[in-house]
Design a protein around this ligand. Structure first.
Ligand SMILES: C[S@@+](CC[C@H](N)C(=O)[O-])C[C@H]1O[C@@H](n2cnc3c(N)ncnc32)[C@H](O)[C@@H]1O
Length: 378
């Protein structure tokens, strides 16, 4: 097994949560930067990180990093890296790129130079002049930030938010990685009730159930690096077996989702069935104002409609006031919601206890938290 530098990429604002996920997996040599956490692991780590990270976007292998301000420097230093450790004679290796605040700003030129440098390296390694690229896929990224080049290979394939349960839909659901992060940030424990009163297609409820069952988010999907000869199949089997062993299928859950849109609820039920959670989450057609619970303690975790989507600020105001009323009736509960609505506390009727900036795609939002009293333990 080799010592590798891996990178878990994240949406802005979720770095600390992904760092915590990595620590829980046993990786503690972490470097946390904007949008990425670098950690040291071996090939088994590639399998485990892909299998278990709920809030990261992808897992990349870092091949090298250096400063380059000319194309010649980019070419020579790329060529000097040990590409032959990863790429075989038949590997496909498309090159993606991005450049921020760097002298080499033409991304397409950087991609072409990197491709050429790798081809030259492989020509020397394999004593061959033409590569068919018919084998396993290794998607390379050249990323420049302030003239520092980082070269990586993607091990995930589809983004990690794709868990394998989601129906394709015209609706704009919350990304699974962000929904899972909201549940983590709420400090909800599975012995408490959880309600999403604007559940839409059910993402928060489903992610909460997966967290409660300690079910690895990657259990129902594949990863591009499963097709790589570099990672022994036994490592994938080991990661898969670990995920099966730790899955607590029978844990009792009190998770509820409600919404006024029956089409969204239909999708929520299909999604939860696909996720194997049909019997575990209860979905109901109900306006937010009518949401009640028989449980004394619990968490409302939700993503209400955003102002721009519901037309007027007046409509948005009405909805947040209704959410505030429901929360008031559930006086020993906590409320956590993600929104881009300004000053929602005025509408909720109480000052938030904690707020943090999070991005829903490109949309800057805040995650507001209103904590209820601590449950009395007998
Ligand atoms: C931003 S979406 C939630 C998306 C959801 N998180 C998902 O992953 O699909 C907001 C949802 O609020 C619902 N909604 C709007 N007004 C409502 C009301 N008065 N009561 C309950 N749900 C409402 C909409 O039907 C929509 O599904």
């Amino acid at each position: 097994m080799s010592k590798l530098e891996l990178i878990a990429t994240t949406a802005f604002g979720l770095e600390a949560i992904v760092a915590r996920e990595l620590k829980n997996l046993g990786y503690d040599r972490l470097t946390v930067e904007n949008g990425r956490i670098t950690f040291i692991a071996d090939e088994l780590g590639i399998c485990r990180a892909n299998m278990w990270l709920r809030c990261a976007e992808r897992v990349l292998v870092k091949i090298g990093s250096f400063k380059a301000v000319t194309f010649e420097e980019l070419f020579q230093q790329t060529k000097a890296l040990p590409w032959e450790n990863w790429l075989s004679i038949d590997s496909q290796f498309p090159v993606n790129g991005k450049s921020i605040k760097s002298k080499l700003f033409s991304v397409s030129d950087c991609q072409a130079i990197v491709k050429k440098a790798i081809v030259e390296k492989l020509k020397e390694t394999y004593n061959c002049t033409w590569f068919e690229e018919t084998g396993p896929r290794y998607t390379i990224e050249v990323a420049l930030l302030k003239d520092i080049v980082t070269l990586t290979i993607d091990t995930s394939g589809n983004g990690l938010h794709k868990r394998g349960y989601r129906q394709l839909t015209g609706l704009a659901p919350l990304k699974e990685t962000l929904a899972a992060a909201m549940v983590y940030l709420s400090y909800w424990y599975s012995d408490r009730a959880l309600i999403d009163p604007f559940c839409g297609t059910g993402t928060i409820a489903i992610e909460a159930a997966l967290i409660a069952q300690n079910r690895a988010p990657g259990l129902k999907r594949n990863f591009i690096s499963e097709s790589w000869p570099n990672i022994p199949k036994d490592f994938w089997r080991e990661a898969w077996q670990e995920a099966l062993d730790l899955w607590q299928r029978e844990i009792p859950l009190h998770i509820y989702g409600s919404d006024i849109d029956s089409n969204a609820l239909r999708l929520a039920r299909i999604n939860s069935t696909q996720a194997g959670l049909a019997e575990k989450i209860h979905f109901q057609r109900l306006p937010v104002l009518e949401v009640r619970s028989r449980f004394k303690y619990g968490h409302l975790i939700t993503n209400p409609p955003y102002g721009e989507r519901i037309g007027t600020n007046e409509n948005a105001g009405k909805l947040y006031k209704e959410l505030g009323k429901t929360f008031k009736n559930l006086e020993t509960w906590s409320l956590h919601f993600l929104t881009n609505q300004s000053y929602p506390e005025k509408l909720i009727g109480r000052r938030w206890d904690k707020s943090r900036k999070l991005f829903n795609g490109r949309l800057e939002c805040h995650f507001y938290q209103f904590f209820g009293p601590k449950p009395i333990r007998n």
